[in-house]
Each structure stands twice: as C-alpha cells, then as structure tokens.
Ligand binder design. Structure first.
Ligand SMILES: C[S@@+](CC[C@H](N)C(=O)[O-])C[C@H]1O[C@@H](n2cnc3c(N)ncnc32)[C@H](O)[C@@H]1O
Length: 152
C-alpha cells in the first residue's frame, strides 16, 4: 500500500472494471478505497467544495470518432467542476491515448487558463493501466496533462 493515509475515491461505471478493482482491493487487503459506480459528475457535484488534493483521469473515453466528440468528458463545464472540488494547490492528471483527444483537451484547458496552469508531461514512472498498455502495444502514445490549480 503506497498511500495508506490517503482516502482514495475511484469512479467507474463499467462493471467488469469495478470487478477487477474489487479483486485487487481484496488481494492487497486495502481499506482506504471507496468506489462510486455512476457518472463521476454526479459525485463531484454532490461533494463539498475543496475536498480533493489530487485527481487522476485516465483515458476517460475511448471514442476517436468525430460523432462522439460531443460526449467527451473533458470539456469546459467538467473542468469547472474540478475547480470546485480541488483544494488549494490541488493537481489533476489527465491522460488519453488519442492524439485528437489530447488536442481537444488542450483547447478546453485554454478556455480556463485563469483557473489552471497546465503542461504536458511524460508518463514515465507512472503506473500504466491495462487499457493504456494496449494502446502502447498498438503503437499509440499516452498524452498526459498535469494541471495545477491557480490561487483559490
Ligand atoms: C477507455 S476506458 C479506460 C478505463 C481505465 N481508466 C483504464 O485506463 O484502464 C474509459 C472508462 O471511462 C469510464 N467513464 C467515462 N466517462 C465516465 C463518467 N462520466 N463517470 C465514470 N466513468 C466514466 C468508462 O466507463 C470507461 O470504462
């Protein structure tokens, strides 16, 4: 257990993903992880302000097709919700394995640059999910953004 004193909230709606997380939790006897199994936006909107130190959003949606772009999670409205729930000095990591999603994330981040500073970082040293590994095996790279909340 790398962060025994942190309370970790995991959000996923895909049942098989939740099942595999539950297996890992049991195998490692972890007691500090809570799982929310519906739309993460509902959770974040219902929580008090300034509650998270760090938020990790790992490959939020897989769809590269143009007709799916409207459904993407990382949009201005969602970024505003992140501002609400982050503590002062809070950070967000957002990764995607699709180049055109990375471009769209950058565009959305520019719309809220008064609230976040952001840079693209290397994924080296960070844990890689099975999904990310599959993208790497297929020859795609992982684009990761590190956001830091500006003065609150
Ligand atoms: C491409 S998969 C990646 C899964 C996992 N993060 C990984 O890297 O292995 C994207 C996942 O994001 C989840 N997801 C997308 N939008 C979500 C939302 N609004 N709330 C909760 N989960 C969401 C989907 O259920 C899907 O399983």
């Amino acid at each position: 257990m790398k962060n025994p004193n942190a309370l970790i909230v995991a959000s996923e709606v895909y049942l098989s993903g939740i099942g595999s997380l539950l297996n890992n939790i049991a195998r490692n006897s972890l007691t500090n992880i809570k799982i929310f199994d519906e739309d993460v936006r509902e959770l974040l909107l219902s929580l008090p302000n300034k509650i998270f130190d760090e938020i990790y959003i790992i490959c939020p949606d897989p769809w590269p097709k143009a007709r799916h772009h409207k459904r993407r999670l990382i949009k201005l409205d969602f970024l505003k919700i992140l501002v609400k729930v982050l503590k002062r000095d809070g950070t967000v990591y957002i990764s995607t394995d699709w180049e055109n999603y990375a471009e769209s994330i950058e565009e959305e981040l520019k719309k809220i640059k008064n609230k976040f500073s952001f840079i693209q970082i290397s994924n080296e040293g960070m844990p890689i999910t099975r999904f990310q590994q599959r993208a790497i095996n297929e020859g795609r790279s992982i684009h990761t953004f590190l956001l830091k909340i500006l003065e609150k």
